[in-house]
Design a protein around this ligand. Structure first.
Ligand code: CA
Length: 226
């Protein structure tokens, strides 16, 4: 049974979402503010986190940043719950690293589809391949780990999948649309800027290894061995 942590200060909404998810066979944990949400995520890392953007005290973006920086929770996918007009680009983009977002008010059906899609893409691809060594970058698809110059770095599930997609097709250019489809999934409602912001963050995290990811202007990205 998969566990979903719901961090949402509107108690009625949190309870409604919890009720509907449990009806679908998920286990749920509910937290009404950021601090207790973080506490819950750390003590028992869930399979997925639904995180409200506007929370009292610590805001959703801050909570997400902390989750994505911590070794223990970095790989737990986060779906942000946002209101219309909130800064979605910043949420799913460079700064915060959420895996997806759902705009309020949302239907149960819509939320469930997003949850299923995000959980599907966070599963390790089976059968996992052999360890890839490209310049200073080592990728272990089995263990879901990445190291640069032997130093392990923490990537989110989406960043890992993006890197693996590029690494497995070394030297081949991939369009933003193709990456969006392969990494985020067919049903992802977003645009190709999502790819750009994730590439930027991935390059930063890879440090010296980030240079191996090349931009092919007007088309997409490729990874090259030095
Ligand atoms: Ca709220």
């Amino acid at each position: 049974m998969q566990t979903v942590l719901i961090i949402e200060d509107e108690k009625d909404l949190a309870e409604l979402v919890s009720f509907n998810l449990e009806k679908e066979g998920y286990r749920t944990i509910t937290a009404f503010d950021g601090a207790s949400g973080l506490e819950a995520a750390r003590s028992h890392p869930p399979d997925l986190i639904l995180l409200d953007l506007m929370l009292p005290g610590m805001m959703g973006m801050e909570v997400c940043k902390i989750l994505k920086k911590s070794e223990k929770t970095a790989r737990v996918p986060v779906i942000m719950l946002t209101a219309k007009g909130e800064e979605i680009d910043r949420v799913v983009g460079f700064e915060v690293g959420a895996d997806d977002y759902v705009v309020k008010p949302f239907s149960t059906r819509e939320l469930l589809l997003r949850i299923k899609a995000v959980l599907r893409r966070s599963l390790p691809d089976a059968p996992a391949g052999k360890v890839l060594a490209i310049g200073p970058v080592t990728i272990d698809p089995d263990r879901h780990t990445v190291a640069v110059d032997g130093e392990e770095i923490v990537l989110t599930t989406t960043e890992f999948k993006l890197l693996l997609n590029l690494a497995e097709r070394l030297g081949r250019v991939q369009s933003r649309d193709l990456l969006l489809k392969n990494v985020w999934g067919y049903n992802y409602v977003g645009d190709t800027r999502t790819v750009d912001t994730h590439i930027t963050r991935l390059r930063t995290k890879l440090g010296r290894g980030g240079d191996l990811i090349r931009t092919v202007r007007g088309f997409g990205y490729k990874m090259e061995d030095a």
